[in-house]
Design a binder for this molecule. Structure first.
Ligand code: PMV
Length: 342
């Protein structure tokens, strides 16, 4: 066998209905829906050299440097899920990865990095088996989910739904499904401007955050609300209902952070400038009637969401008002990925 060389680019995503709480092998306690982003992505390439039939080995470089933490994460993922990766036997792998977003943005996108890794591994499987058929994206989503839950949604453009929900018959807890065909055009070109409030690594990881939902006094209520919000959001997305969208997006973001505040131990990932930005967005919307809203990930940065038709006014507002509350005035000007080629 010859050397195999593969590469993949995979985007980050931002959830509108949030996944927070899991069970079993990375199965979600409620469905989630996200926008797939276009400018925040991970580029990964893998060179696989035949080693004469020995067990596989892995080397990992992130932006040209060794990263023992991420290397360990990949090794653990491959060991825990070895039933899917038998084709790696006999190969020495060198994985090289880089992100499109700035090093110091505080954005640690495991969704982008883990889905890019999986897309590379599936290409290696095809090469080993001399199989020229396209990658099965359902399998790519399922394997991405096993690496990082939210990564399941990153393999589809525009929007994705992960988790079984009544109105989408092919939806599943095991993998995400593409939603593009069910989304009004107004959402297919939506903007997400990410206000970098802090570039520090967050104090409580998502892994710990998910685990604190076990035994959380509000957990069952949260899962029921997320299930209802998923069904409501699907209708809103189809109808192009911006008011309905904004109401769900902001309620979901605040409920995610409410879960953190009411966990034992309690913790907060919002910072004073997170709250300032949120208040300014709501006041701007109230004063101008421009349909702009926010969402939050598990961190202090604020995702400002708006339709393409309002982009000029909102970007002006970001520059003149919101960027003052960002770390070194930093914000990332992202937009929904609406085609498969970046
Ligand atoms: O994929 P994880 O385990 O890092 O969890 C992500 C959780 C949130 O980003 C807060 C919400 C979501 O649905 O993406």
């Amino acid at each position: 066998m010859k050397e195999i060389s593969v590469s993949a680019t995979s985007p980050s995503n931002i959830a509108i209905v949030k996944y927070w709480g899991k069970h079993g092998n990375q199965l979600p306690n409620n469905p989630s829906v996200s926008f797939t982003l276009s400018r925040c992505h991970t580029d990964t390439q893998i060179k696989a050299l035949p080693n004469g039939g020995k067990d596989y080995t892995i080397g990992f470089l992130f932006e040209g440097k060794e990263s023992p933490k991420f290397q360990e994460k990949i090794e653990k993922y491959l060991t825990d899920n070895q039933q899917y990766f038998g084709f790696l036997k006999g190969l020495d792998l060198l994985v090289e990865s880089s992100n499109s977003f700035p090093h110091s943005s505080g954005i640690a996108s495991s969704a982008a990095s883990m889905s890019a890794l999986v897309l590379c591994l599936l290409q290696i499987e095809k090469a080993v088996n001399a199989d020229s058929s396209p990658i099965d994206m359902q399998k790519a989503s399922m394997l991405s989910r096993l690496a990082s839950g939210s990564a399941a949604r990153s393999v589809f453009p525009v929007m994705a739904l992960w988790g079984a929900t009544p109105s989408v018959p092919n939806s599943s807890d095991e993998y995400a499904v593409p939603l593009a065909a069910m989304v009004n055009p107004v959402f297919q070109t939506y903007h997400d401007s990410i206000m970098i409030v802090s570039n520090k690594e967050k104090s409580v990881s998502s892994r710990v955050g998910h685990s604190l939902m076990n035994g959380h006094p509000l957990a069952e209520k949260r899962y029921a609300t997320a299930r209802e919000n998923t069904e409501r959001l699907l209708k809103v997305l189809k109808a192009g209902d911006l008011d309905g969208f904004m109401a769900i997006a902001e309620a979901e973001a605040l409920q995610l952070h409410e879960m953190m505040a009411t966990s034992t131990p309690s913790y907060r990932l919002m910072e004073p400038n997170t709250v300032k930005i949120i208040n300014l967005v709501q006041k701007f919307r109230h004063d101008t009637k421009i349909p702009v809203c926010f969402t939050l990930d598990a961190g202090p940065n604020v995702h400002v969401l708006y339709p393409d038709a309002s982009a000029a006014e909102v970007k002006q507002f970001i520059k003149s008002d919101l960027s003052l509350y960002c770390h070194e005035n930093q914000w990332i000007d992202d937009v929904v990925m609406n085609n498969v080629n970046l």
